[in-house]
Design a protein around this ligand. Structure first.
Ligand SMILES: [Zn+2]
Length: 351
């Protein structure tokens, strides 16, 4: 039942908040000191001032510049050293006992990364890596979760064929919109071809006067902006495939082409081939050991997932399967950042 899934999400959020509070306490009191790792690689998406929306299914994918600033301050106070992602393996290899490190990464190449995150990183002299999908930067591909959000915000109800005949979804309330959103996510994740599912969504969006490529245009940095970002010595650009599809669902040849072409197209824009790569979506359904091998074959020094985890001396034994920690827009408290980077929440959750 859709409404139950909405309730489940709210319950999950309450449990996570409780877990983070416990982890903060454990960290502050020195409990579980042995659980502490060597730091973390953080995942960010949008960094922008918060615009309130009653229906905001991707609120977890955006943080404010003020929170980023406070998070960096907090990590500084806790003694973290900030390292560029590509330099992390070398830096960890010579780390002394007790040293802790943090790297910042931002996925998808949103324009707000340059506008709102870059000034914060520059003020603190913190390196950062932006993962760019040239299909988005060159406006050949839409961002389906943004298209879907705008469509569900605008439409009072929606007819769609998920494969067993057209259904009409009522969208009168934010909960109904959220239930429809979850249904589309399942559809896009389970349809044989992700690109076919997205094209079906895009067709319906266009029928409602929503142009997926105009959304990309509005949100994502174009070539001149990427060139200018790459001039900042603190900024690095990494690959993120061309079309932003789940690699594990593609054929060998297609997966390799997506990864290699993203690096080639970025090289054509900024003048050098990226050393780092982030797998789109980055979870176990989207990334398999085949992609870890491909990233290594294609010469990426580091490739990151979105599987949660902190850094350890053994992290870079497989440098193309590195976990990260999401700075989640639903939990924007600086003290949570320290707790997350300590790895304690993940140890607690495994118990
Ligand atoms: Zn992405």
């Amino acid at each position: 039942m859709p409404i139950q899934s909405v309730m489940r999400q709210r319950l999950k959020r309450a449990v996570i908040t409780g877990g983070l509070e416990v982890a903060c306490l454990a960290e502050r009191t020195g409990l579980m000191a042995s659980a502490r790792g060597m730091g973390a690689i953080f995942t960010l998406h949008h960094v922008r001032p918060k615009a309130p929306h009653a229906f905001d299914p991707n609120a977890h994918l955006e943080i404010t510049p003020e929170f980023l600033d406070a998070a960096i301050e907090h990590l500084k106070e806790e003694g973290y050293q900030f390292v560029a992602l590509a330099d992390m393996p070398g830096r960890l290899a010579i780390a002394r006992a007790g040293e802790r490190f943090a790297a910042f990464t931002l996925d998808d190449g949103y324009r707000n990364n340059a506008l709102h995150a870059q000034p914060v990183f520059t003020r603190h002299k913190v390196p950062f890596t932006v993962f760019v999908a040239p299909g988005l930067a060159c406006k050949t591909h839409g961002i389906w979760w943004e298209t879907l959000t705008e469509l569900l915000r605008a439409a009072p109800h929606l007819e769609f064929d998920f494969g067993s005949g057209p259904v009409t979804m009522p969208l009168a309330t934010p909960d109904l919109k959220q239930a429809a959103y979850s249904r589309f996510v399942r559809f896009i994740q389970s349809e044989v071809e992700e690109a076919v599912a997205i094209e079906k969504l895009d067709t319906v969006a266009r029928a409602h006067d929503i142009d997926p490529l105009m959304i990309t245009e509005r949100l994502v940095m174009r070539e001149p902006e990427l060139k200018s970002l790459a001039l900042n010595p603190l900024a690095s650009i990494g690959g993120h495939t061309v079309s932003h599809r789940a690699l594990a669902r593609l054929s060998d040849e297609e997966a390799r082409r997506e990864m290699d072409q993203s690096a080639e197209q970025i090289a054509a824009i900024i003048g050098e081939r990226p050393e780092t790569f982030a797998y789109p979506y980055g979870d176990r359904a989207a990334v398999s050991p085949r992609e870890h091998r491909l990233a290594s074959d294609l010469g990426f020094r580091v490739a990151v997932t979105t599987e949660p985890g902190t850094l350890s001396a053994r992290s870079f034994d497989t440098p193309t399967a590195i976990p990260r920690i999401s700075l989640n827009g639903l939990y924007q408290k600086p003290k949570y950042v320290g707790a997350l980077a300590s790895g304690i929440p993940f140890k607690l959750m495994r118990r």
